[in-house]
Design a protein around this ligand. Structure first.
Ligand code: ZN
Length: 313
């Protein structure tokens, strides 16, 4: 049996105002702000991680809030749409909730599943779809209970600049199984219970432009460091350039740009977010990697203040 990637680890996007970002993903969508840190490559900017109670791989949506940056353009070479999994029989709850917060949405169907599609405040395209597999999130917030809370990723719709090559990489190298094609969407599946349905748009959308409201990269899961190195070798054998391993504190990462121009990362499941703060208080304090502790005071002064607010009150 050839090697298979288990599923999506995290998805990272560029957004605008940080408090608007927190209000939407924590306040409206009910995800837990699981880590408040800085962009390790640009420490004057936050890196905010949202997920389920533990911030487990497969549930983590992360953001670089670039308050005053230019709006990007969603298109080829990017993750076009990020889909979250909600529990069975919770779709009506979510329609009501989006209405309550004045978020317009559309309803559609593909592969016999009902989707609701909407935008976040900065233009990212999101979807919700009911999925039976995967445990419920125990993070209850506002009016959201474990019976309705987002479980994690359902998957992602990739806008590839070369759908055929992207599909080939997913299938032949990463070990996803092609489930079929419906209209201009090809569907692939990986073994994990969540973050396991990855789709590729087979029709060109026009080249994307990085900026506010676009996904920066999609990360896939490696079991541990050894598994990650095995993936590195496998991808290099496919003649793609892969970065050296980078220490992201909560996981180790390698990056490569696939033939469809999308930036892929492979991140290790361990050690996770409890490496530098207890589970109970995840996300409350600004956490910095050792190399930035000496400038904590300056960073704290420069970064905008953000707080998780219960918007149901
Ligand atoms: Zn990443």
């Amino acid at each position: 049996m050839s090697k298979r990637i288990s599923g999506i680890h995290h998805i990272t996007a560029i957004v605008g105002n940080a408090q608007e970002n927190v209000d939407f993903y924590a306040g409206v969508l009910g995800l837990r702000l699981a880590k408040k840190t800085v962009n390790f490559d640009d420490p004057g900017t936050y890196h905010l991680y949202f997920g389920n109670e533990e911030g487990e791989p497969g549930t983590i949506m992360t953001f670089f809030p670039w308050g005053n940056a230019y709006r990007g353009k969603i298109g080829d070479g990017q993750v076009g749409v990020t889909a979250f999994a909600i529990p069975d029989n919770s779709l009506e709850f979510w329609k009501e909730r989006l209405n309550k917060f004045g978020v317009p949405f559309t309803e559609s169907e593909r592969f016999n599943e009902k989707y609701i599609g909407f935008e976040d405040p900065h233009g990212l395209l999101l979807e919700l779809v009911e999925r039976t597999p995967g445990k419920n999130s125990s993070w209850e917030f506002g009016d959201i209970t474990a019976e309705t809370a987002i479980k994690g990723f359902a998957g992602a719709l990739l806008f590839s600049a070369n759908a055929e090559k992207t599909g080939e990489l997913l299938e032949s190298v990463m070990g996803l199984e092609k489930m079929g094609q419906e209209g201009n969407v090809a569907r692939y599946q990986s073994p994990a219970a969540i973050g396991n349905i990855v789709e590729v748009m087979t029709e060109r959308q026009g080249i994307g432009q990085m900026g506010v409201g676009t996904v920066h990269h999609i990360a896939w899961r490696a079991e541990d460091d050894a598994d990650q190195l095995a993936w590195k070798e496998k991808i290099e054998n496919w003649r793609l350039g892969v970065t050296p391993v980078q220490d992201r504190n909560y996981f180790n990462s390698i990056y490569f740009r696939e033939y469809g121009e999308i930036l892929f990362e492979i991140a290790t499941d361990p050690p996770g977010f409890t490496i530098d703060e207890p589970l109970d208080s995840l996300g409350q304090e600004l956490k910095l990697p050792p190399q930035y502790e000496s400038v904590r005071k300056r960073l704290t002064q420069e970064l905008p203040r953000v707080q998780v607010r219960d918007l149901d009150k």
